[in-house]
Structures are given as C-alpha cells and as structure tokens.
Write a protein that binds this ligand. Structure first.
Ligand SMILES: Cc1cc2nc3c(=O)[nH]c(=O)nc-3n(C[C@H](O)[C@H](O)[C@H](O)COP(=O)(O)O)c2cc1C
Length: 214
C-alpha cells in the first residue's frame, strides 16, 4: 500500500492547524488507499537550513550538519505521496515549512512523487496564496503538485464540535484530492520503478563537462 505522509506546517502554540489536521488524517485513513503517516513539524525541530558540500560527504549517504536533518531526509524519502497542511503567513507558507523543504537537500526525497495541499487561513483568502506558492516550491524539489486542493477560509469557525467541517464542499474537496493522490501515486511509483532520469542539474553539469572536453 502506498505511504501517504501528511505534513503539518504550522508549529506555534494555539495554532489553528489543530482544528484541521486531525480531520485530514482521519479522512485519509478512511479513504483506504494509503498507509497514512502524520509528520508534524513540531516533532521535527530542524535547524535553519545550513547544508553545504562540506556537510554532505558521500552523496549516496549524506552526513548532513545534524542527525535530525539526515533523519528528516530519510523519513521523507519513505513517502510515496504527500499532503501538506499549510497556514498562510504574509501571503506565503510558514517559514518552518519552507525550511523543512529546503532541508530536503541532495536526497531528492520528493522527486517524481505527487503532493496535494490543504490550505487554511483566518480570513477569506483560505490559504490560497500559500498553496499557490507551495506548488511552485515543490516543483523546484521535482515533485508533482496537484491541481485540486482543499481551501478552508475563516478557519476558526470552519469545524464543528464534532471535528467535521461546517461546509460540505470542504469534505468533497478532500475526497477529490485523496483520489488524485492515489492515482498519481500509483502511476508515479510504477514509473519510478521502471527507471528515473538523473536530475536535470546533474545532466546539465555532465553535458557542460563533456562539451569542454571536446
Ligand atoms: C505572521 C502571520 C501572518 C499572517 N498572514 C496572513 C495572510 O497573509 N493571509 C491570511 O489570510 N491570513 C494571514 N494570517 C492569519 C492566519 O491565516 C491565521 O492566524 C491562521 O490561524 C494561522 O494558522 P496557525 O494558527 O495554524 O498558525 C497570518 C497570521 C500570522 C501569525
């Protein structure tokens, strides 16, 4: 069964994420297509990004500057699909979430794997700008961002006491996103097993070296 990792990107005390992610995890488990794992960035106290060639060592088994960075890269590499739950801070993603993605360095842990998004915010924007930004960020990590997303406005009032969303459209959006994640995860797992191209940066460097040798 494909492994779906649900990443919670807001870590502050009193976070509204607490209203959102338990429902997301429950729905992903009920969906039945995935082995679901919750990765709460509160549990991953990553340093501010500080990697460089000297901290990497062996590229096939990088050392990194800190054991937690190595563990984070290994953990994310275990996933077949990802669902990122993100707040919107200053029209973008929380800094901790961007830092967690930056810390996926030279492991290509997200490469050729699908990523879905659940955005929320305190106002009408519903995390839209954070999700748009996040889609661009994960493209650079060579992941495959999904078009269909879950967007939750006015998050403080978006869930009832039973933990269910007040607006039925929220549940429909999550079902569609989970269906897409299952489809893409199956297709891309098979494609990865058939063989992957080397990352474009490596191919560009090899081509440049070859042209200089001519
Ligand atoms: C630093 C900061 C910046 C924010 N910027 C935005 C914003 O650009 N757009 C928006 O809709 N809400 C914004 N908000 C409101 C948040 O969406 C709202 O506080 C939400 O609850 C944050 O998620 P969290 O409680 O899980 O951290 C901001 C909140 C903070 C703390």
């Amino acid at each position: 069964m494909p492994k779906l990792q649900i990443i919670v990107g807001s870590t502050r005390p009193t976070r509204a994420a607490e209203r959102v992610f338990p429902w997301v995890v429950q729905q992903a488990q009920r969906h039945g297509a995935f082995d679901v794992e919750l990765l709460d960035l509160r549990d991953w106290q990553l340093p501010f990004f500080q990697e460089h060639l000297g901290t990497i060592g062996d590229f096939s088994d990088p050392t990194y500057s800190d054991p937690i960075v190595k563990a984070w890269n290994k953990k994310i590499a275990e996933g077949d699909a990802y669902l990122i739950v993100t707040a919107e801070y200053n029209h973008s993603v929380p800094g901790q979430l961007k830092n967690a993605i930056d810390n996926l360095f030279v492991s290509f842990a997200l490469r050729n794997k699908p990523v879905g998004f659940v955005g929320y915010s305190g106002g009408i924007a519903a995390g839209t700008r954070a999700v748009e930004h996040l889609a661009l960020i994960v493209i650079e990590a060579e992941a495959v961002p999904l078009r269909n997303t879950v967007l939750i406005p006015f998050v403080t009032n978006a869930f009832g006491e039973d933990g269910e969303p007040a607006d039925p459209a929220t549940g429909i959006a999550l079902s569609i996103t989970l269906e897409d994640l299952a489809w893409w995860s199956n297709i891309l797992s098979r494609a990865r097993a058939e063989g992957e191209l080397l990352p474009g940066t490596f191919r560009a460097r090899a081509a440049a070296a070859a042209s200089q040798a001519d």
